[in-house]
Design a protein around this ligand. Structure first.
Ligand SMILES: *Cc1c(COP(=O)(O)O)cnc(C)c1O
Length: 431
């Protein structure tokens, strides 16, 4: 068989950049990406024969680890009954009921095939429902790759956004406002200026795409960031959208919304609910969702939406997650990793701060947790590539890019995590 180096050379001849998603090219850390042959619980096996403890977990979906037997069995059984109906099937009803049981704010649900699509549809729905055009997002939150979300802050304070990717029309970007995360004051100013034109505020209620940044109260304020967003959106007739694609099903209560008692109007899910198959979902208040086709004028469709394999996979994952003690184990293991890494770094005199929500973690080379993208960028990210490669040499795979979250799965045992911490101690002392 070809090794990773040969495969990458071959891949580059037909696949753009040799990959199907840019972060996989390892440009963020240097070197040649590994190609993988199989996953076994917490481990990845490369085509070169290496075995790596996996802390990427396919960027979040694999909360049970690789090839969990019940998931594999459910997908195989579903495949034998057809890979796609293009028509209603029972499993999509079951998964929708399970989603609503855990996320009561999602009174009606629509399944799509990716998180990107879930967000894209939620935004269209918010615009269709409110009859307004502007969407406010926060710098450093990732909501998939639809045009309106690939936008960065405009030049002046509180101006509409500008394209952050080639091919995004200026006119589209100019319907997006970008404000720093955790900044209620700027959000409030934005409402002061554009209030009656803002259809929705979309937020990752724990920001999991710039490491992992928690929501916090503003300096000297009692009110939390998410509570403030709820207050402002309600006061101005705008919708609040929680993008819980990463945080959804991360804790027993479901996501951030039940933990904080802030109820969004719409919620986007993805990743875990497909258990490694392509799924996204959006849902929320009934009167809003009833604006979606076929009930209402806001159009959305999908050939493979509610796909039986993906539904079976999601159902199998959620079934395991419901079992007694599963979240306690996930919590314990993630806590062990968080504390172990922080301790190992402290011993080596490396400033490292660690954030955690359930089984997702953020590591920052900084003495304190950053609160927004500017502070994330001000951390010592130059330490990340040597950390990444040091860990890889020792058989532990973290994200091939700084500022990405780390994930722990149910398959990661105490011993597995302990070995990772020991390797990290080694790597930190060499940094
Ligand atoms: C991954 C992610 C998305 C996009 O999901 P895809 O399935 O990759 O399209 C959207 N929002 C958040 C918060 C994500 O982490």
């Amino acid at each position: 068989m070809m090794n990773s180096l040969e495969l990458f050379e071959r891949a580059k001849r037909t696949l753009v950049g040799g990959v199907n998603s840019p972060v996989r090219s390892w440009r963020g850390v240097g070197g040649t990406p590994l190609f993988f042959q199989r996953g076994e619980g917490p481990f990845l096996r490369s085509v070169d024969g290496g075995r790596y403890t996996d802390y990427v977990c396919s960027w979040g979906p694999l909360i049970l680890g690789h090839a969990h037997p019940e998931v594999v069995e459910a997908v195989c059984a579903a495949a034998r009954e057809s890979t796609s109906f293009g028509a209603p099937c029972p499993k999509e009803v079951e998964l929708a009921e399970e989603v609503r049981r855990v996320f009561p704010s999602m009174e009606l649900v629509r399944f799509v095939s990716s998180g990107t699509e879930a967000v894209m549809t939620a935004l269209r729905l918010a615009r269709g429902f409110t009859g307004r055009e502007i969407v406010l997002k926060f710098d450093g939150c990732y909501h998939g790759h639809s045009d309106g979300m690939l936008v960065s802050a405009g030049s002046g304070a509180l101006t509409l956004g500008k394209p952050d990717s080639g091919g995004v029309p200026v006119s589209t970007a100019s319907t997006t406002l970008v404000v720093p995360y955790n900044d209620l004051e700027r959000t409030s100013e934005a409402f002061g200026r554009f209030g009656d034109r803002i259809a929705a505020v979309i937020v990752e209620p724990w920001a999991g795409n710039m490491g992992l940044v928690p929501p916090i109260p503003a300096n000297g304020s009692e009110e939390g960031f998410l509570e403030g967003l709820r207050r402002l959106t309600s006061a101005h007739g705008a919708l609040l959208i929680f993008d819980e694609v990463i945080t959804g099903f991360r804790v027993p209560e479901g996501g951030v919304q039940q933990r904080t008692d802030v109820t969004p109007d719409l919620t986007c899910l993805g990743k875990i609910i497909g258990g490694g198959l392509p799924v996204g979902a959006l849902g929320g208040r009934r009167e809003i969702c009833e604006h979606l086709a076929p009930l209402g004028p806001v159009y959305q469709a999908g050939t493979l939406s509610g796909n039986p394999l993906a539904m079976a996979s999601g159902l199998a994952v959620l079934r395991v997650l419901r079992r007694e003690g599963v979240y306690d184990t996930l919590e314990e293991r993630a806590k062990q990793l968080a504390e172990g890494m922080a301790g190992a770094a402290a011993k080596a005199g490396i400033p490292l701060s660690v954030s955690r929500f359930g089984s997702v973690l953020g590591f920052f080379f900084a003495p304190e947790l950053p609160r927004n993208l500017a502070e994330v960028k001000a951390t010592d990210a130059a330490k990340y590539p040597p950390f990444f490669h040091g860990m890889l040499e020792r058989g532990h795979m973290f994200a091939p890019s700084p500022f990405e979250a780390a994930f722990v799965s149910l398959a990661h045992t105490e011993e597995v995590v302990e070995r990772t911490i020991a390797a990290a101690a080694d790597v930190f002392s060499a940094l």
